[in-house]
Ligand binder design. Sequence first.
Ligand code: PMM
Length: 282
Amino acid sequence: MIDVDPAATAPHPVRTLVMGVLNVTPDSFSDGGRWFDPAVAVDHGRDLIAQGADIIDVGGESTRPGCERTPVEEEVRRVLPVVQALSVEDTALSVDTMRSQVAEKVIDAGATIVNDVSGGLADPDILRVCAGADVDLVLMHWRGQSASMQTLTDYDDVVADVITELSRQVDAALAVGVARERIIVDPGIGFAKTAEHNWQLLRAADAFQDAFADLRVLWGVSRKGFLGQLLAGSRGPRPAMGRDAATAAITSYCALHGAWAVRTHEVRDNRDACETVAALRG
Ligand code: PMM
């Protein structure tokens, strides 16, 4: 097994890292409710670490399409105890939030990565908070809140448009003082995108990597709806829990195409996939 330091800022480590998803929510699309109790969530986080997660990504607000916002106090109530408890583990801790108030609190509690799926657009103060702290910042391509995002899928050329729009988000972060090497970019698979857009972005992984050549690239495809559509049977789309093999296949593909990290619900097989690709690449 190859150890990689999640705090190192080189865009292409010898092995792609695995960010394990820990959703402390009652309603996330694939695992909503399973880890809602803080003690159960902490146990699951430790389990993901034991399975090989390099980073744990704690989220307290579901971003599934159509979803309404979680009140800020409730988001803090969900994530803070889990971050506090996991901060003693020897694993990088990321928090999936679009809110500056939440980011401030979890940074104080030991989070080392802020994963903002809105890429600084939902609450621009989050950029200032991250600029003033010792954290990495994930900027994901985003066009609007979950309640409306699937109406925001008009693109001239999805690959070029995502690169242009995400570059603007990167520039906004740089403008308030976030250091370039602390920025991680993510194309936002499934966010304001149709299934075909997701496939086009994945096929263009090299172009995406080239456009952000000096930055780390994170991909989040795990169990997403377009995989359910791909694997649909006579009873409709394959349920989320049956999409892990497809997820691991895409993990291998992203690793081969230079991803810094993948964000996945299932960790063991995805870590194995990253190890295997690292061996293949020599
Ligand atoms: N996807 C989800 C949530 N957070 N963060 C990043 N950086 N990239 C993603 O693709 C992403 C994310 C939605 O999945 P979930 O509800 O299962 O966590």
